[in-house]
Unconditional design. Structure first.
Length: 221
């Protein structure tokens, strides 16, 4: 029996302990050395990911019970390492999910607003239908339905930012808390300040709304 063999791939002569076993060959050794064979297998897996997954699933299905027992035993023997890996994976994944969520909220304000409105309506147990800011403005115009003055569509819509008082708010004419529906028929454009002053009221005196410094009347419980 020879103690070494030349590999046709790397062109090197290596001892037999660096060769795999292949009993179909005359010398009982594989055609390539272990290093070359591993490189070929890795290359094939990269170039054929779908086939590799299919083969892995088939192999796992054939030895499911044995594989499950092996994984269970590995967990018991390495539970500290396994738990630490799980924590690290969860931390990484959760951070990626939070970042993806922040980007989606930033890039999809209308969809986010629709989700928020639907959630509020569902919690109040009232009917809700999808609509957009453009549909509301096309149906009801760009004047505040509460005070009758034009709305600054370029002003910020979020409370606390400079100029938000005269920016666009979508006001439920009959508030959700008073069983008003979240529909295009029940939503009209309003100034941010007018909407907040109206609060839970179904109607509101225009003399108070047109004066930004006026104090809103209290709402009876």
């Amino acid at each position: 029996m020879t103690h070494s063999k030349a590999c046709p791939s790397c062109k090197q002569t290596k001892p037999i302990n660096e060769w795999g076993i292949n009993r179909s060959k005359k010398d009982g050794l594989a055609s390539e050395c272990k290093n070359c064979h591993s490189a070929q297998v890795a290359k094939w897996r990269i170039e054929n990911p779908t086939e590799q997954k299919r083969r892995s699933r088939n192999q796992f299905a054939k030895s499911r019970d044995r594989e499950n027992a092996r994984r269970k035993q590995y967990y018991y023997d390495n539970w500290e390492v396994t738990r630490q890996k799980a924590r690290n994976r969860y931390q990484l994944t959760s951070e990626q999910q939070r970042e993806a969520s922040r980007l989606w909220r930033k890039n999809n304000p209308e969809k986010l607003a629709l989700q928020n409105r639907s959630t509020r309506a569902r919690r109040k147990n009232v009917y809700s239908e999808p609509y957009t800011k453009e549909q509301v403005l096309a149906k009801w115009g760009t004047d505040c339905h509460l005070c009758g003055k034009p709305i600054d569509l370029k002003a910020p819509r979020y409370n606390g930012t400079k100029g938000w008082e005269y920016g666009l708010h979508l006001d439920h004419v009959i508030p959700l808390i008073n069983n008003g529906d979240d529909t295009l028929e029940n939503v009209k454009p309003a100034h941010g300040l007018c909407n907040l002053k109206k609060g839970k009221l179904r109607t509101y005196p225009r003399s108070t709304l047109t004066n930004p410094t006026a104090t809103a009347p209290s709402v009876a419980p």
